[in-house]
Design a protein around this ligand. Structure first.
Ligand code: GLN
Length: 538
């Protein structure tokens, strides 16, 4: 049976529970154990699919097509294990499931309550699909004391009791602030947060203290004493210079050993930190930089393109350069300013997106990249915009558009069931927003002698999708005659998955999201190649 490690947070949110969990997963894997990571999200949305990136950061997509919290991206990047649908659940989904069951009469007329029915459903989720793992690390979103996370905390308490405390470990991550005015490190918020946790019946086994400076022994002792946790298990995590240092820093603090000791297990292997050290060095010490412009709608929120930022950075590792991300708001990008704004840019990237706002700026930027032979990568919406730009300006189809934002133009982009053989719209398609997309991993066949095939080094690839609209295959010949090649198609040949431009050093559009599969220790070839092209530009 798997052993379960629950990670809760205290004092404030955003302390890095996800990163701590992911780092622990890496360390336990290096010790020779099989690990899965899971997340319980306290919000009421049934899944994060319809949540705005402005509010919540990116929506991460798994191979099996789940739209999940971005923390699952951290998990994958650090543990290299692909997450599944069964690794993320929200309060909304839990209630949805329970209420559906109630409507079907499955509770046999009983009063349906938070305890035991909601908590039972949570416990079922935690345990599901865990038999082949040595460890399940389960992060509870939000912080202890929030009304919303209470059923989760109650459920993990019950769960530990059900499986026996020796099989479950509680880690609590808190903030230990430094007060400048009094020149003091404060342990009181941690004490209070642990008190809160204990009032629900959970005694943490390990406390991880996030701090901007090293915590002196006397303070650790104080935390140990007041929180009833062995001094060895009061662990600090001092702000790191880059997230890739996190596994190194947790290893120094012996987090993996403390966990194994708790479960009375031995390390089967020694940990190798050299890959993390290598990339940390590149990030911190490399002088050579390339500037990549990300032209999108959600540039103000740091996490809106989390996986993309990561994948670009990883592309830099393979080329020993630091990738400098220049975020440009597509809505603010005026035609006459493009040249100036993109002056020192060596690569232009148009990320995924939805809706009409900002499309004009994106299309102009693509035209600029195409004409000036600047390396260009269009992802999902970015590829669709590249198709529209080319249709309008090279095929002279001035009405070319996407039916996502113009129902009256020529739909070079549209819903699959929307056009007939000649590319004409045949059907209205208003649907619910949730759950109507092509989601998850799909195969694509790559064309012989194409740039994309040389990048991947094989002819069949699997990548993750998240979109409703598709490039209209009926226009393939027209595009190819003018040099825009459909170099990747779905295996049935009906859906264009990749485009590339002849007579351009590096111009590629992909209908999928390669960023979801890039990992710091194995950068995605598409991003490595893009950064290489950018490095060689000018
Ligand atoms: N809005 C586009 C679609 O639904 C693109 C989506 C995306 O970029 N992820 O097809």
């Amino acid at each position: 049976m798997a052993r379960f490690i629950f990670v809760t947070g205290g004092v404030v949110s955003s302390l890095g529970k996800g990163l701590s969990s992911a780092s622990l997963a890496y360390l336990l894997q290096s010790r020779g154990y099989k690990v899965r990571l899971r997340k319980l999200d306290p919000y009421l949305n049934v899944d994060p699919g319809t949540m705005s990136p402005f509010q919540h950061g990116e929506v991460f997509v798994t191979d099996d097509g789940a739209e999940t919290d971005l923390d699952l991206g951290h998990y994958e990047r650090f543990s290299q294990v692909s997450a599944k649908k069964s690794d993320n659940i929200t309060t909304g989904k839990i209630y949805n499931d329970v209420l559906k069951k109630e409507r079907k009469g499955r509770y046999l007329g009983k009063t349906v309550q938070v305890i035991p029915h909601i908590t039972d459903r949570i416990k079922e989720f935690i345990k599901n699909d865990s038999s082949k793992e040595d460890f399940i690390i389960c992060e509870i979103g939000g912080i202890v004391g929030d009304i919303e996370s209470l059923p989760f905390v109650e459920a993990i308490r019950q769960f530990a009791n059900d499986i026996g405390k020796k099989n479950a470990l509680f880690i609590h991550l808190t903030l230990v602030p430094y007060l400048k005015s009094s020149d003091e490190i404060k342990t009181k918020p941690t004490q209070h947060s642990v008190k809160e946790l204990r009032s629900i019946g959970i005694q943490p086994d390990i406390i991880i203290c996030r701090s901007d400076r090293s915590i002196p022994l006397e303070h650790r002792k104080k935390i140990s004493l007041f929180c009833n946790v062995h001094i060895n298990n009061v662990i600090e995590t001092v702000d790191v210079r880059t997230i890739y240092e996190a596994p190194i820093s947790f290893f120094k603090e012996k987090l993996d050993n403390r966990v194994l000791n708790y479960f009375k297990l031995r390390p089967k292997k020694s940990v190798s930190l050299s890959p993390w050290k290598k990339i940390t060095k590149i990030i911190l010490n490399t002088k050579k930089q390339v500037n990549i412009a990300i032209i999108g709608k959600y540039v103000d929120l740091k996490d809106a393109y989390k996986s993309l930022d990561e994948a670009l950075t990883h592309g830099g590792f393979d080329n020993k350069v630091r990738v400098n991300l220049v975020r440009i708001d597509s809505e603010q990008l005026k035609i006459n300013e493009i040249k100036l704004k993109l002056k020192n840019i060596s690569g232009i990237l148009i990320p995924g997106g939805f809706g009409k706002r900002g499309t004009k700026g994106k299309i102009e930027a693509i035209k600029f990249a195409r004409k000036n032979k600047i390396p260009f990568l269009g992802i999902c919406y970015g590829m669709q915009m590249a198709i529209i730009e080319f249709a309008r300006n090279k095929l002279n189809l001035k009405r070319a558009t996407s039916s996502e934002f113009d129902k009256n133009g020529l739909p070079v982009i549209g819903l699959i069931n929307e056009w007939n053989k000649d590319g004409k719209i045949i059907k209205g398609t208003d649907k619910n927003l949730g759950g109507t997309m092509r989601l998850g991993s799909y195969d694509a066949k790559l064309k012989d002698r194409s740039l994309i095939k040389s990048i991947y080094g094989r002819s069949l690839i699997k990548e993750r999708h998240r979109h409703r609209y598709e490039v209209n295959i009926n226009f393939k010949e027209k595009f190819e005659k003018k040099g825009l090649i459909f170099s990747g198609l779905s295996p049935d040949g009906k859906l264009p998955e990749i485009i590339e431009l002849n007579n351009h050093p590096w111009f590629i559009g992909v209908q999928f999201h390669p960023e979801f599969k890039s990992r710091p220790l194995s950068p995605h070839p598409l991003f490595s190649s893009f950064i290489k092209a950018a490095k060689n530009h000018k």
